[in-house]
Design a protein around this ligand. Structure first.
Ligand code: NAP
Ligand code: MG
Length: 482
């Protein structure tokens, strides 16, 4: 298969692909930094304005369209995306480095998300509530927000945009989508599938550019009624404050420092496999990735031995090669961040058992999977989100201590426990501070029909996906008919 390279991707505004004033930038392949995947524009604030105004002009007719008809357009978009699955997955691998099988899985997830939300067009969107007045009918109905700004990260460049855009559209909002620069070409191809599906002009708009101009511009724009953001905590906080200050609705999904607990009664092989898969797939660049591995002392050494044996065997390489299990970091800056955390871990006294090295024979931004031992709770690598292939092992005596340590973080996205004890399972379920609670399953991995989101600093406490999306993308009208 070959995909067109070196093409410049435009913005999609009011039903047409059009270029914008602004410098053109290359999106490059982190496995081969001299390879350009495509070009895009650093668009101006004027271009963003045009996109928002297109959404403003389109939103009322879109809101009034029958919901099943809105859903039908999403079904078409799903078919177009499925038809280009391999090509878009290859673009993703080449643009941000995750392996081709993972990229295909994610693209298929995008197809499923489109179909799920297409079906939402046929489901109920209100309740009848008994009134104390016997001559009255009381019920709720929902209305869209208006124009919604969608700001997404690079780590899931197909699934995350779709799990925001599809519900926004089916519930009747117009959308302005600003993708992450690191995966903008992949996002542009998703946008092509949406465009081909035939939404009315202005209902869905796509503007490339920097976070500071286009992202911040969306957060500030008086005609953007809701902002949904996934990305880092620092950027998310700023967007939340900006939206709050002008009374817009906002939703933030941010970082994680996800723990896995391994108790002495656990199936150690299962726990090892899940730690590797949850911690190192996608080169550790999942918001739900396992980062802290908290193990009971009685099984600590045998768990460590089994883990190391498997981690050392991991094949790192270009995600398009069949034998690569793990690809490069998504970008040079990501590579530098991860490298500096590894240095910091060593400086602060943790013991690097394996990995954390570059791959000299490869030109890409590769780091071999790193396992640190003797990590104490106050070390930087135990506290900050690394977003790379780094596991921090921590030893505890009791399960109570393990849960306390797991909660000793400002984040609360996902947490796993490996245990065969119902008692441990119940304590964990009760006491863990995480939006995703996983028992005998890796910390990463979500199902699209269930609510997704974090506690503490991982989220603005709203939820995405499944039916939860309706809560963000609509407002309730309580209707009283006498
Ligand atoms: P990021 O740097 O925060 O960027 C996210 C998006 O925000 C990008 O589109 C970025 O644009 C834009 N942006 C940057 N500065 C902005 C500003 N001042 N105003 C408005 N928008 C701005 O995050 P990332 O590096 O792409 O992604 C990694 C982070 O995402 C990690 O922290 C990870 O945990 C988090 N994440 C969370 C979830 C979740 O569901 N909880 C899922 C996936 C990832 P540019 O590309 O132009 O910089
Ligand atoms: Mg890239």
């Amino acid at each position: 298969m070959s995909i067109v390279t070196q093409q410049t991707y435009s913005n999609y505004i009011n039903g047409t692909w059009e270029s914008s004033a602004g410098d053109t930038k290359a999106s490059i392949n982190p496995a081969r930094p001299d390879e350009v995947v495509g070009y895009y524009t650093l668009s101006s604030a004027d271009t963003l304005n045009k996109a928002v105004e297109a959404g403003m002009a389109a939103k009322d007719a879109w809101r009034k369209m029958a919901e099943p008809a809105r859903g039908n357009i999403l079904f078409k978009a799903a078919d177009f995306l499925e038809g280009r699955l391999e090509e878009i997955a290859e673009t993703m691998t080449r643009e941000m480095g995750k392996t081709f099988p993972e990229a295909k899985g994610e693209t298929m997830r995008g197809v499923q998300l489109l179909r799920y939300y297409a079906g939402e067009g046929m489901r109920k969107n209100g309740d009848v509530i008994p009134s104390t007045d016997q001559e009255a009918l009381m019920f709720t109905t929902r209305t869209p927000l208006g124009v919604v700004g969608v700001i997404t990260p690079w780590n899931f460049p197909v699934a995350i945009p779709i799990w925001k855009i599809a519900p926004a559209l089916v519930y009747g909002n117009a959308v302005v989508f600003k993708p992450a620069q690191e995966a903008v070409i992949t996002a542009a191809k998703v946008m092509e599938c949406l465009a081909e599906a035939g939404f009315p002009e202005g209902v869905i708009n796509f503007v490339t550019g920097t976070g500071s101009v286009i992202g911040q511009g969306l957060a500030e724009h008086p005609h953007v009624h809701g902002i949904t953001f996934t990305g880092s905590e620092q950027v998310g906080r700023g967007i939340g404050q900006t939206a709050l200050s002008r009374g817009a609705k906002y939703q933030l999904e941010m970082g994680g420092k996800n723990p896995v607990i391994v108790t002495e009664d656990a199936d150690l092989d299962l726990a090892v496999n899940a730690t590797i898969s949850g911690g190192l797939k996608s080169t550790g660049q999942k918001c739900t990735a396992t980062s802290r591995v908290i193990v009971q002392s009685t099984v600590y050494d045998s768990f460590k031995e089994k883990l190391l044996e498997k981690v050392k065997d991991i094949k790192v390489g270009d995600g398009m090669k069949e034998d690569s299990w793990m690809g490069p970091c998504a970008s040079e800056s990501q590579f530098q961040t991860v490298s500096s955390y590894i240095e910091k871990g060593k400086e602060e006294g943790a013991e690097l058992l394996c990995g954390g090295e570059t791959v000299p024979e490869e030109k890409g931004y590769y780091i071999t999977p790193a396992v640190f031992d003797r990590v104490s709770p106050d070390m930087t690598i135990a506290r900050e989100e690394i977003f790379g292939p780094v596991l921090a092992l921590m030893k505890v005596e009791t399960v109570e201590e393990a849960i306390e340590l797991a909660n000793d973080t400002e984040y609360g996205l996902s947490a796993s426990i490996f245990t065969t004890s119902i008692q441990h399972f119940l304590s964990f379920l009760d006491d863990i501070e995480a939006g995703l609670v996983r028992i005998n399953a890796e910390s990463a991995g979500v199902e699209l029909q269930a609510p997704f989101g974090g506690m503490k600093n991982s989220s603005s406490h709203s939820r995405e996906q499944g039916e939860a999306a309706k809560e963000f993308f609509t407002s309730i009208k309580t209707v009283f008919v006498k």
